[in-house]
Design a protein around this ligand. Structure first.
Ligand code: PLP
Length: 217
């Protein structure tokens, strides 16, 4: 199937409340243009340099989401245009995003990444660290940051019971925090292999790459 057909068939299965982020990392600009021509406007990348090169070449009404782990020294390259940073996992990174947002005189929208997978390798806050962050006076002083929700990645496994359990943990945390944070409305969870489960568990934003663009090398 073509990129256009893949997007159409995924969109047919998504509730209207769920935003599709088309994950275009490693894929050429021509693939993104095809998705754009099919009506897709939100794209996710995991490397700042690659995203910036694509941003320069492609239509300016694309919403670029940084979904990968961000190094602090790279924030400045995307601060002028990035629409949402999904993988924020430290106060140090938040402070740097705030600093670059201030330079650009724009508020940068972020999601806090939560560690829900059993594997050790995944980045993110645990619940205790998250509570500590939200109570930190340094956090509330970040005027150029808009924390819009949470992001998480489930364990990479075929065991959908486990995946579901991990998504439930994230959703529970999201509901717990929502009353206390303004504009807290995005729950980014679900990829090609598990997005239907993620939606059943309350996802509002899915990040889908290979089911749209095909396998990556
Ligand atoms: C690559 C990536 C995705 C998309 O993965 P697919 O399995 O290709 O859909 C989603 N989220 C993050 C954080 C990624 O790095």
């Amino acid at each position: 199937m073509s990129i256009t057909e893949n997007i159409k068939s995924i969109l047919e299965t998504l509730p209207e409340t769920v935003t599709l982020v088309a994950v275009s990392k490693t894929k050429p600009v021509s693939d993104i243009q095809e998705a754009y021509d099919a009506g897709q406007r939100v794209f996710g990348e995991n490397r700042v340099q690659e995203m910036t090169e694509k941003w320069e070449m492609l239509p300016k009404d694309i919403e670029w989401h940084m979904i990968g782990h961000v190094q602090r020294n790279k924030v400045k390259y995307m601060a002028a245009y990035v629409a949402l940073v999904h993988g924020v996992d430290s106060l140090k990174l938040l402070k740097e995003i705030n600093k670059q947002g201030k330079k650009q005189n724009r508020q940068i929208s972020c999601l806090l990444q939560v560690h829900i997978a059993e594997e050790d390798s995944k980045f993110g806050f645990d619940e205790k660290e998250l509570r500590k962050l939200l109570q930190d006076s340094n956090f509330s002083e970040l005027a150029y940051i808009n924390v819009k929700g949470l992001m998480g990645m489930a364990t990479f496994t075929d065991d959908m019971k486990q995946v579901r359990r991990e998504f439930k943990v994230l959703k529970t945390l999201f509901d717990l925090l929502k009353p206390f944070i303004e504009d807290f409305e995005i729950l980014s969870m679900g990829m090609s292999g598990d997005y239907t489960v993620a939606i059943e568990e309350g996802s509002t934003m899915v990040r889908i790459g290979s089911s749209i663009f095909g396998a990556r090398n």
